[in-house]
Design a protein around this ligand. Structure first.
Ligand code: ADP
Length: 213
């Protein structure tokens, strides 16, 4: 994999040569390093794919001038929610707190999105909301989730075209674990996905491992 920030000694040498002599052909770089053109092919591919170098036919390689941190920022700004969101788990607002606990266990999620009969988002239910409702031996079968959830319009949502980095900012600012990904309909907001700290951690890992083009 093309680990952008982990260049080999030879790749660093290639960068230096191109910085000083570019535009320069692969053949000329190979001559300077006393290796064959074929030996350099994978290194040149990595350096162009990761954005350090650019190549023009019949001209050669030249240095793009982008620093590793600029390249990383470019990639972050290309990562949208759509590629990282997962399937949302929703519950009807009339369901009981007891049902909500069962759904969380069965679906293995920490947050449920609450919807009305038109499948429109009306609230969010977290683990702590359920723990709070459980204090004091109340009958959890008799408490509808609509009573204990966080409700619209105070729900933070995002669209699948939003940037992952902007969602990360919201999660930190609002101290929450995830957001519903929504689409506007004439009835209200329809939940089409969810993006959580786990999704974002995964994206972060892919970025570190250079798997994002
Ligand atoms: P937990 O309560 O399990 O730690 P969170 O930190 O996500 O989980 O939730 C904290 C509080 O914020 C809860 O009361 C929850 O209902 C509310 N909450 C969670 N997600 C959102 C959201 N996207 N918009 C508004 N409120 C939310």
């Amino acid at each position: 994999m093309n680990r952008t920030l982990d260049l080999s000694e030879r790749q660093k040498k290639i960068l230096e040569i191109v910085k000083e002599n570019g535009p320069i052909t692969g053949e000329q770089i190979a001559d300077q390093l006393h290796v064959t053109r074929a030996t350099l092919r994978p290194d040149l591919a990595i350096l162009t794919m990761s954005g350090f170098l650019d190549a023009r036919p019949r001209v050669g390689y030249f240095y793009t001038g982008k620093t590793p941190s600029k390249l990383l920022t470019d990639r972050l700004k290309r990562m949208t929610v759509k590629a990282y969101q997962s399937i949302p788990v929703v519950i009807q607002e009339g369901a009981s707190a007891y049902d909500a606990i069962c759904t969380m266990f069965l679906e293995d999620v920490g947050t449920l999105f609450v919807v009305n009969k038109d499948a429109v988002l009306t609230g969010v239910l977290s683990r702590k909301d359920l723990l709070r409702a459980s204090i004091g031996n109340q009958n959890l079968n008799a408490i509808p989730v609509s009573v204990i959830m966080s409700r619209m319009p105070n729900i933070t949502t995002c669209k699948s075209t939003d940037l992952v980095i902007d969602v990360a900012k919201l999660l930190i600012q609002r101290q929450i674990d995830g957001l519903p990904v929504v689409r506007e309909t004439d009835k209200g907001l329809e939940v089409i996905g969810r993006i959580t700290k786990t999704n974002i951690t995964k994206a972060f890992l892919e970025l570190a491992e250079g798997e994002i083009e």
